[in-house]
Design a protein around this ligand. Structure first.
Ligand SMILES: [Fe+2]
Length: 348
């Protein structure tokens, strides 16, 4: 929209500044009379004798109101009106017409003109019409400013509430992990690894933020898991494994009311296998959200290098080899490639 370029000022700025009027008429005498009258009333006045000069002035100066002659040689005021309204919707327009053109003037009102004045002019009526149109414009701008203010306030408060809620859930994750000597700090370490992978894969700032939250909260669903099964010192039975794996689904349901869909999906699918061989898996390959594919590698790596009740930790080299071995089956090969690069950088 041209308005933004020509008038690069805030609504507040537009309201504060002295209002400039543009008098458009092909007759110099009429322009002069109107300018003299309106200047005496404190308005700043510019003049244009035809369409081209009108558009040039609008493009270079912030004009609050145009008095637009309907009949002009070349492009008429009727033809010019829609151009002004679409390019400069915050500029008020008063049509100036001969008494015989009243129907045309009414037509112009339907096309967005704010008012019309009749020739020969009664200067007091002109002045009143200008005041009315400017007051209407001012109210419109104030209303828009207030709407913007409210929208920003709502956005700000929604963000605050979301932050508080996510912070509380994060604290809950930390508390959950602290109860278990095997998983203490797991979510934070997974977050660090996942963000390094996201960085390597060139994720956008927004996707990185989603990945951060998805990683921190990925195991929140473990709140629903039987502690006896989670801490079982021997290998899990298939039923017990199935029970543990519901945490991905439960976790997504817990966070879904307060996070965007991407974060919830990331949590829901963080145990999916790239080739579709995961438990009760419904999507495969690149249909699994990228965040979940990243999380799968980060989560598995941290799990492998940590002690578990039923096995001791692998060495970093063994864990890297295992991730490499599962590229294309359990893990997305592109994510594994990014993982190998970051692992190489970390170890050199
Ligand atoms: Fe998990």
């Amino acid at each position: 929209m041209k308005q933004a370029n020509a008038n690069e000022k805030s609504i507040e700025g537009m309201l504060d500044q002295q209002e400039t009027l543009l008098i458009v008429d092909d007759e110099a005498a009429i322009r002069r009379v109107l300018c003299q009258k309106l200047s005496r009333e404190g308005y700043q006045c510019e003049e244009a004798d035809a369409a081209e000069q009108t558009l040039n002035t609008l493009a270079t100066s912030p004009i609050a109101l145009v008095i637009l002659d309907i009949k002009m040689p070349g492009k008429s005021g009727i033809e010019l009106l829609p151009e002004i309204k679409s390019g400069y919707p915050d500029t008020a327009v008063i049509m100036a017409t001969a008494v015989t053109d009243i129907n045309v003037a009414i037509q112009c009102l339907k096309q967005g003109a704010d008012d019309y004045i009749c020739k020969p002019f009664n200067l007091e009526e002109v002045s009143l019409a200008v005041q009315r149109a400017l007051e209407k414009r001012r109210l419109k701008l104030e209303l828009r400013e207030y709407q913007q203010f409210l929208e920003e306030k709502i956005e700000e408060q929604t963000g605050e509430i979301r932050k508080i809620f996510l912070g509380a859930i994060e604290a809950l994750v930390t508390a959950l992990e602290a109860k278990d000597k095997y998983t203490g700090g797991h979510s934070r370490r997974v977050t660090e690894i996942a963000l390094a992978l996201g960085n390597e894969l060139g994720l956008s700032a927004q996707d990185m933020e989603d990945l951060r939250w998805g990683s921190l909260l990925h195991d929140i669903g473990k709140i629903a898991i039987d502690q006896a099964i989670q801490n079982k010192p021997t290998r899990l039975t298939p039923e017990e494994y199935e029970h543990i794996m519901i945490h991905a689904h439960v976790g997504a349901d817990i966070v879904r009311p307060v996070v965007n869909g991407k974060i919830a999906e990331m949590i829901e699918h963080h145990h999916d296998h790239y080739n579709g061989s995961g438990l009760h898996q419904v999507i495969v390959g690149n249909n699994i959200p990228l965040g979940a594919r990243i999380l799968a590698v980060a989560d598995a790596f941290d799990a492998m290098i940590s002690d578990r009740p039923y096995r001791s930790a692998m060495s970093i080299t063994e864990a890297i080899d295992e991730i490499k071995r599962c590229a294309g089956t359990q893990f997305d090969p592109d994510v594994v490639a990014a993982f190998l690069k970051t692992a190489e950088t970390a170890t050199t």
